[in-house]
Design a protein around this ligand. Structure first.
Ligand SMILES: [Zn+2]
Length: 440
C-alpha cells in the first residue's frame, strides 16, 4: 500500500487510506491530534501508540470535517465534545483479513468512496457488520466484514482532537483455547461455564481485553439448544448466532429496563457488557440465581478485588458468595515476535523481583525485524488468574473475612496468580520480563 499523502489526495481519500492502513496494522484506535502547528496521526497497536503521519494545520479542518460528515456530526460545532460512528467496509488488502472477506468484497476495490463508508450492506437489508461465526476460523468466505468505527471528538486548545475506535475487528474474536490460557487454567474456566447457572466475571483494567474473553466464553457455550443473549454498550462484535442488544438510554432502553424484560425472552445465557453499579450488580445476581448463566465484566485489579468491589456496591455477602461461579482476572502483554527471537540476559533486578536466575533458565526477546516493525513484539497474549468459588471460600465471604484472608486462602488453595502465570509465559519464551513487569 502506498503511503497516503494528504497533499496529493482529497481529505476523503486520505481518510480511507489511513483507515485501510490502520486495519492492516491491526490498530484498535486511530488518534488525530491537533497540535500547535500540525496534526499528528497515531495508531494504537498492541496497546501502545505509534506515530504514523503528521499533517500541516491547514489540512486539519478538512480531515476533521470529512470524518464529522461520515459520522453524522455537526460540522459547525467546535467547542463541545461530540460522539458518533460510521461503518467502514474492509477491503481484502490485509493478509490477515483474507479469510474473512467475501468474493463480493474482493471485487469491491471498484467501489466508490461513499460505498466504502456507512455500510453498503444495510441498504440491502442485511444487518450491518454481521459476521458469520465461522468466519474467524476461515471456514466461511461468504461473510462480508463491515467495521464499526466509533468517533469521539474533543475540543483542545489547538483545535479538535479526534479518536476513532475500530470495533468488529477480526482479532477481537478468539476461541477460548486461543486466548493464551495454560491448560490447567483453561480446564478451570471450562468448569465455571459448564454449570447451568451462576455468574462468571471477567476483570482487569481498561484495555485488557475483558470483552474478548466474554465473547470467547459465549462461543464455547454456543449451541443450538441454547438461547444466548447480550446487553451491550456498545456492541463490540457482531455475531449471527447471538441475540445482541445495544443500550439506548436516550430512547429509554436503559440497563434496568433491559434486565427486567430480557427474562421474558427465555434466555439460557446472558452476557452483560459491564457491571458498573449496585443496580446492575443486583439485576445480574438475581438473574443468575434463578438459573441462568450470566457473564459480565467488572473494573477491578484482581479476582479478590472484584469481591471487594461488589461489597463496596452494597451487595450482600451471601449473594456474592452464592451467585458467583468464578472470577477471571486478565491482563494483556505483548508477545515476542516469532520471526526474530534471540536469547538474552535480563537485568539482575528484574530477575530477582520475579525470583528467577539466569543460571538455569533461558530468556528470550525479539531482536526486531520487518515483521514486527522493529519492535521485537507482534500481537499480544493474555495473562490469567482464575478464582473458582467453592464452599470454603463461600463460607469465608459470608463470615465477613477480610480481603487479606481471602487472598491468603485462594493462594494456599492453589490458585495460580497473575504473577505466576506471567512468569510461566516468560519461561516458555512467549513474552519478556520487561513486558510482565508492567502488569504484575
Ligand atoms: Zn520481529
Amino acid at each position: 500500500m502506498p503511503t497516503p499523502d494528504p497533499k496529493t489526495m482529497s481529505a476523503e481519500d486520505f481518510i480511507t487510506e489511513v483507515f485501510d492502513l490502520a486495519i492492516k496494522e491491526r490498530a484498535s484506535d486511530v488518534h488525530f491530534e491537533a497540535q500547535t502547528n500540525s496534526m499528528r496521526i497515531r495508531f494504537r497497536i498492541d496497546g501502545l501508540l505509534e506515530d504514523r503521519f503528521t499533517l500541516p494545520t491547514t489540512q486539519l479542518e478538512s480531515v476533521v470535517n470529512s470524518i464529522k460528515v461520515l459520522a453524522n456530526l455537526d460540522i459547525t460545532v467546535h467547542e463541545v465534545p461530540q460522539d458518533g460512528h460510521f461503518e467502514f467496509y474492509q477491503l481484502p488488502s490485509s493478509s490477515e483479513s483474507k479469510n474473512i472477506v467475501s468474493e463480493k468484497a474482493v471485487s469491491s476495490s471498484l467501489l466508490t468512496l461513499g460505498e466504502r463508508f456507512k455500510g453498503i450492506f444495510s441498504k440491502s437489508g442485511t444487518t450491518s457488520g454481521s459476521v458469520d461465526a465461522s468466519a474467524q476460523t476461515g471456514l466461511s468466505k461468504k461473510a462480508p466484514r463491515v467495521l464499526d468505527v466509533r468517533i469521539s471528538i474533543y475540543p483542545s486548545i489547538n483545535g479538535e482532537s479526534l479518536v476513532a475506535r475500530i470495533l468488529n475487528r477480526p482479532d477481537a474474536l478468539l476461541s477460548l483455547s486461543d486466548l493464551g490460557m495454560m491448560p490447567d487454567t483453561l480446564a478451570t474456566v471450562k468448569k465455571l461455564i459448564a454449570r447451568d447457572s451462576g455468574m462468571v466475571l471477567v476483570t482487569g483494567p481498561a484495555g485488557s481485553g475483558k470483552t474478548t474473553v466474554l465473547y470467547s466464553l459465549l462461543q464455547e457455550l454456543k449451541s443450538k439448544e441454547k438461547n444466548i443473549m447480550t446487553i451491550e454498550d456498545p456492541v463490540e462484535f457482531h455475531l449471527e448466532w447471538l441475540r445482541q442488544s445495544e443500550l439506548k438510554p436516550e430512547r429509554g432502553f436503559t440497563f434496568s429496563r433491559a434486565m427486567r424484560s430480557i427474562l421474558r425472552q427465555d434466555p439460557d445465557v446472558i452476557m452483560v457488557g459491564e457491571i458498573r453499579d449496585q443496580e446492575a450488580a443486583e439485576h445480574a445476581i438475581s438473574v443468575s440465581l434463578i438459573g441462568r448463566i450470566v457473564g459480565s465484566t467488572v473494573h477491578s485489579n484482581s479476582t479478590v478485588g472484584t469481591i471487594a468491589r461488589f461489597i463496596d456496591m452494597n451487595i450482600e455477602r451471601s449473594m456474592i458468595a452464592y451467585a458467583i461461579n468464578g472470577i477471571i482476572s486478565r491482563r494483556l502483554v505483548r508477545r515476542i515476535c516469532q520471526s526474530c527471537p534471540v536469547e538474552y540476559e535480563p537485568e539482575p533486578a528484574q530477575l530477582s523481583y520475579f525470583g528467577l536466575t539466569s543460571d538455569s533458565q533461558k530468556f528470550f526477546k525479539g531482536k526486531g525485524c520487518a515483521d514486527c516493525r522493529d519492535t521485537g513484539y507482534k500481537s499480544r497474549i493474555g495473562i490469567f488468574e482464575v478464582l473458582e468459588f467453592e464452599s470454603e471460600l463461600r463460607s469465608l465471604i459470608v463470615a465477613k473475612a477480610p480481603m487479606s484472608e481471602l487472598e491468603a486462602f485462594t493462594i494456599s488453595h492453589g490458585m495460580k496468580t497473575l504473577k505466576q502465570d506471567a512468569v510461566e509465559k516468560v519461561l516458555l519464551g512467549l513474552t519478556t520480563l520487561e513486558e510482565i513487569s508492567k502488569i504484575v
